[in-house]
Design a protein around this ligand. Structure first.
Ligand code: PLP
Length: 395
């Protein structure tokens, strides 16, 4: 049989999904598993959002609709971005996608030529590297190192830019580290993008899940409006993972290319879901801030409890809902540690190398679970920790 296209062999899966598959297998065999591997809020959208979806269906909003998305949603996104992060854009710059990841995929299809270098954060969301490779581009990681408080180092980025560089990807707050890029770092990144005439993909999916500070979009910096594509969606900030709804905010010069890709792939996004999303966005002060306040309580307590495990070190993240734990002092490799926690302790978490080599000494735990469940997870880890306690370096 003829082989399939070679681009597939250079792409990679997601560590979270393979840990999830094994955790499910153990559950199927009767084991109790605490799932801290997936990046999925344990909340659901409000009744008003569900009602809006039902109403839209009853009104017959179940047809093909405009390629870039229904005007009501695109206009509401413009108001939402202005009110929640000071971004000034217009509905004609918004293209709706079935999920943030497809938005990312479309944006990268639009911007990356074979041989182009793409600067992306590492540890980082695995799709950045995988999609770049799938498109024949060259992934060039910039490190979020502990010595820099998990912030990007603009000097490192500057040194990695050359005539083949086409795109920078940023992700603040970031998965898996929870880093919220500082204003100073973002300003320097923006200057680099302008100086070298680069596009910038700003993955802002966690922009609303941020603690003790306000959000500055990469699009807000001088010279960035014409070169930034914001990628955002409803999965995290509105707890709508399974609804599959995201969007890109792109410069006018890029929008027709994105629409061309939509026409050639998904045609348009589910009409009634777009109307329900309008309802979600209008609830500026309700559901999302309540959810974020709860994440913050969990963050504080979970980080404190994790730090009591021998060899674990975790700074509370500034955004998103992941604890990024340095486990080097356990003396055990992260993969083995995760195996012990899952197989012997019934706690599913992801070895940091799933987010790139720079994450090899870390483990990612999602804290999108109740305080009681997180506490139970820490107790289970404590029970299996004698497996590494003898080798652990004491704090
Ligand atoms: N970008 C980042 C940084 C993510 O963590 C995720 C999901 O985990 C996505 C994009 C994809 O979001 P969606 O579920 O809307 O496709």
């Amino acid at each position: 049989m003829r082989p399939i296209a070679s681009r597939i062999s250079v792409m990679s899966g997601e560590g979270a999904l393979s840990v999830f598959a094994r955790a499910k297998e153990l559950e199927g065999a009767g084991r109790s598993i605490i799932h801290l591997e997936l990046g999925e809020p344990d909340f659901h959208p409000t009744g008003a959002v569900n009602d809006a979806a039902k109403r839209a269906l009853d009104e017959g909003k179940d047809r093909y609709c405009p390629v870039a998305g229904v005007p009501a949603l695109r206009e509401e996104i413009v108001r939402y971005l202005r009110d929640t992060r000071g971004v000034n854009t217009s509905a004609s710059n918004v293209v709706i996608a079935p999920g943030c990841k497809i938005g990312l995929f479309m944006a990268m299809m639009t911007l990356v030529n074979p041989g182009d270098e793409v600067l992306y954060p590492e540890p980082g969301f695995p799709a950045y590297r995988s999609i770049t490779q799938g498109l024949g581009g060259v992934p060039v990681p910039f490190e979020l190192a502990e010595r820099n408080h998990l912030q990007p180092d603009p000097d490192e980025m500057a040194a990695k830019i050359n005539p083949r560089t086409g795109v920078i990807i940023t992700n603040s707050p970031g998965n898996p580290t929870g880093t919220v890029y500082t204003d100073a770092v973002q300003r320097r990144i923006a200057e680099l993008a302008v100086k070298h005439d680069l596009f910038l993909l700003s993955d802002e999916i966690y922009a609303r899940i941020i603690y003790d500070q306000s959000y500055i979009s990469m699009m807000s910096y001088s010279g960035m409006e014409e070169r930034t594509i914001i990628i955002d969606g409803f999965s995290k900030s509105f707890a709508m993972t399974g609804w599959r709804l995201g969007y890109n905010v792109a410069p006018a010069s890029v929008v027709p290319a994105l629409e061309m890709l939509v026409v050639n792939s998904y045609t348009c996004v589910n009409e009634f879901i777009q109307y329900a999303a309008v309802e979600a966005l209008r609830d500026r002060d309700g559901h999302t801030p309540r959810m974020v306040a709860e994440f913050e309580r969990r963050r504080d307590r979970f980080a404190r409890e994790l730090n009591s495990i021998p060899g674990f070190r975790c700074a509370p993240p500034q955004g998103a809902f992941y604890a990024w734990v340095n486990i080097a002092d356990t003396g055990v490799a992260a993969e083995e540690l995760c195996r012990i926690m899952l197989e012997e302790g019934g706690v599913a978490a992801i070895p940091g190398a799933a987010f790139g080599g720079a994450g090899k000494d870390f483990v990612r735990f999602s804290f999108a679970s109740s305080i009681a469940t997180l506490h139970e997870a820490v107790e289970r880890i404590r029970r299996v920790s004698p497996a590494w306690e003898r080798t652990a370096v004491t704090k």
